[in-house]
Design a binder for this molecule. Structure first.
Ligand code: ADP
Length: 230
């Protein structure tokens, strides 16, 4: 069964801008999907619709058991709990420690103190940063900050991890470290949707490639290549 289903999804921001022009797509549980395409093609809009940061103008979107296009407000926290999101610029809270940044994602969904104290070090261990638990974000390198962001995104065991240009601010070495981590998370059963401009990564770690151009899916390829000049 598909984890994500989009049917004829249209997204207009206002009368003059149409970001998505009728997108149909199914993603199965456990897949790793790269979303590629030129700037302004609609990749971020596509991603924002899935975690309900933006609303579709028309069409239907389902994620797991959630009908995202007709989501009742009381169901939004449950949808958000089933999706982890990672951004190009990490978006960590600067005045909170590494531990507190990750713990916060559990606090907002009402997890118990005891559960948080046990789970946060586990997930920091997974990303190789247990020893930096008490550091603040500005004491970490970019690659380390992104690993904290990934820990925060997966701490509640989401079915889906969305990454919008996760290596966009990183040098090649750190980018590969982040990719190793995402691959490991995917191997453990988490579905991954990653928007990227990194042709080397897409052409080396082969996965399904969905290309969006001018608001439409123009290519959908198993173990595809990046397909654009850098
Ligand atoms: P990409 O992520 O592929 O660069 P986006 O989804 O960000 O593409 O943008 C698709 C189109 O929608 C672009 O024309 C962009 O200017 C427009 N757009 C994106 N976000 C907004 C917004 N919040 N308000 C108005 N227009 C937007």
């Amino acid at each position: 069964m598909a984890l994500i289903e989009l049917r004829d999804v249209i997204k207009k921001y206002h009368r003059s801008t149409t970001a998505l022009r009728g997108v149909d797509l199914d993603v199965n549980q456990g897949e790793f999907v790269y979303i590629v395409g030129p700037s302004g093609a609609g990749k971020s809009s596509f991603i924002k619709l899935i975690y309900h940061e933006e609303k579709a103008t028309s069409g239907r979107i389902k994620v797991g058991e959630f009908d995202v296009t007709n989501l009742k407000p009381k169901h939004l926290p449950y949808l958000r709990r089933s999706i982890g999101v990672v951004f190009q610029d990490y978006k960590l809270l600067p005045r909170k420690t590494v531990f507190e940044n990750v713990a916060y994602a559990m606090e907002v969904i009402g997890e118990r103190r005891k559960t948080i104290k046990k789970r946060v070090p586990e997930v920091l261990e997974l990303v190789g940063l247990k020893h930096k638990m008490r550091a603040f974000p500005d004491q970490l390198s970019g690659g380390e900050q992104q690993r904290v962001a990934i820990a925060r995104a997966i701490v509640n065991n989401p079915k889906l991890l969305i990454a919008d240009e996760p290596t966009g601010n990183l040098d090649p070495d750190n980018s590969w470290e982040i990719m190793k981590l995402l691959e490991r998370i995917n191997m453990q059963g988490t579905t991954i949707l990653m928007a990227t401009h990194n042709s080397q990564i897409v052409n080396t770690l082969r996965h399904r490639v969905v290309a969006i151009e001018n608001g439409r899916v123009v290519r959908d390829q198993e173990k595809g290549d990046y397909g654009y000049d850098d």
